[in-house]
Design a binder for this molecule. Structure first.
Ligand SMILES: Cc1cc2nc3c(=O)[nH]c(=O)nc-3n(C[C@H](O)[C@H](O)[C@H](O)COP(=O)(O)O)c2cc1C
Ligand code: SF4
Ligand code: SF4
Length: 256
C-alpha cells in the first residue's frame, strides 16, 4: 500500500480527548486527512463508502469498558474489506472489552482491523484524572501506531491485529446521575447543539432525556453560563472514588 494512501480520521469524542489521538494517528499516515466527526448526529446520518485501498482511523472513548451506547454510531460507514486502525481512549482506569467490541462493529460494516491502540485522556468525571494527557510521549505513541500500521499495510498478506477483551462483552452500566440546566440558563441552545445524542429538549434546555443521555458531559463543557451541571451526592461520590483509585498514570498500549 502506497504512502499517499487516502486516510479518513473518524471519531466519537464528546470532550475532545479521542479526537486528539485520532488526529495524531492519522496525521502520521498521511499529510491530507479527511475528518469525520461522528459525535455529530447529522454526520452519522450521512452515508460514506470506503474502498479496499483506503484506510479508516476510528476512535471512541471507553464507557464502562465498552463502546459508548450510541445505536447509530457506525451506521453511515460502509467498508469494502477496508483496513481500519482503532483507538480506544480512556480515563486511566481500563478499556476492558472496548477495542474488541469496536473491532466487531467494524467487521460487521466491512472493515478489517489492521492495528489498534489504547490511550489515556482526562476522565470525563474528573479533570484531575489523566490531566495533561495526551502529553508529548502519548502523541509519539499515537504517531508510532500510525507509522507501524502503514508498514503493516504495505505487506500484501497482513493479518488482523490480536486485540484484548472477551465476548460476551462486559455488561453496560448507566450512572444514576446526569446533567441538567439550572435557573441561570439563558436558553442559548449551545448545549442542545453540543449533545451527541439529542438528549436535550430544544424547547426547554434545562431538561434532559435521562434514557438517551450518555453522561458524556459535552453539554456541561459547552454551556457559556455554567448553568448545566451534574448535581448530587452520587456524582461527587463517584468522582472522589475515581480520584482515589486512579492516581497511578497508565501508559498507551499498541496492538499490531
Ligand atoms: C459514562 C462514562 C463511562 C466511562 N467509563 C470509563 C471506563 O470504563 N474506563 C475508563 O478508564 N474511563 C472511562 N470513562 C472516561 C472516558 O473514557 C474518558 O474520559 C475519555 O477520554 C473521554 O473521551 P472524549 O474526551 O473523547 O469524550 C468514562 C466516561 C463516561 C462519560
Ligand atoms: S445531555 Fe447527556 S448525552 Fe447530551 S451532552 Fe449532556 S451528558 Fe452528553
Ligand atoms: S448552554 Fe447553558 S445557558 Fe445555553 S441553553 Fe444550555 S444550559 Fe442554558
Amino acid at each position: 500500500m502506497a504512502e499517499h494512501i487516502k486516510v479518513t480520521a473518524a471519531y466519537f469524542s464528546p470532550t475532545g480527548g479521542t479526537r486528539a489521538y485520532v488526529k495524531e494517528i492519522a496525521g502520521a499516515m498521511s499529510a491530507a486527512v479527511e475528518e469525520l466527526d461522528l459525535t455529530r448526529p447529522e454526520v452519522r446520518r450521512q452515508k460514506r463508502q470506503f474502498g479496499p485501498d483506503e484506510v479508516l482511523v476510528l476512535g471512541v472513548p471507553v464507557y464502562y469498558g465498552r463502546v459508548p451506547e450510541v445505536p447509530d454510531l457506525l451506521d453511515g460507514l460502509e467498508g469494502k474489506d477496508t483496513p481500519v486502525v482503532l483507538a480506544a481512549v480512556y480515563g486511566n482506569r481500563a478499556i476492558d472489552d472496548a477495542l474488541l467490541e469496536l473491532s466487531d462493529l467494524c467487521a460487521a460494516r466491512g472493515f478489517r482491523t489492521a492495528a489498534a491502540g489504547e490511550f489515556i485522556a482526562p476522565h470525563t468525571f474528573s479533570a484531575r484524572i489523566g490531566a495533561g494527557r495526551p502529553d508529548a510521549s502519548d502523541k509519539e505513541s499515537a504517531r508510532e501506531l500510525g507509522r507501524r500500521a502503514l508498514d503493516k499495510l504495505a505487506q500484501p498478506d497482513w493479518q488482523p491485529a490480536e486485540l484484548p477483551g472477551k465476548r460476551p462483552y462486559r455488561e453496560f452500566q448507566r450512572a444514576p446521575f446526569y446533567p441538567e440546566g439550572e435557573e441561570s440558563c439563558v436558553s442559548c441552545g449551545a448545549c442542545v447543539r453540543a449533545c451527541p445524542v439529542e438528549a436535550i429538549f430544544a424547547s426547554n434546555p434545562k431538561q434532559t432525556d435521562a434514557e438517551r443521555c450518555l453522561r458524556c458531559l459535552a453539554c456541561v463543557k459547552a454551556c457559556p453560563t455554567g448553568s448545566r451541571a451534574v448535581r448530587g451526592m452520587a456524582f461527587e461520590a463517584t468522582r472522589q472514588r475515581l480520584e482515589q483509585l486512579l492516581q497511578q498514570p497508565r501508559q498507551p498500549v499498541l496492538y499490531l
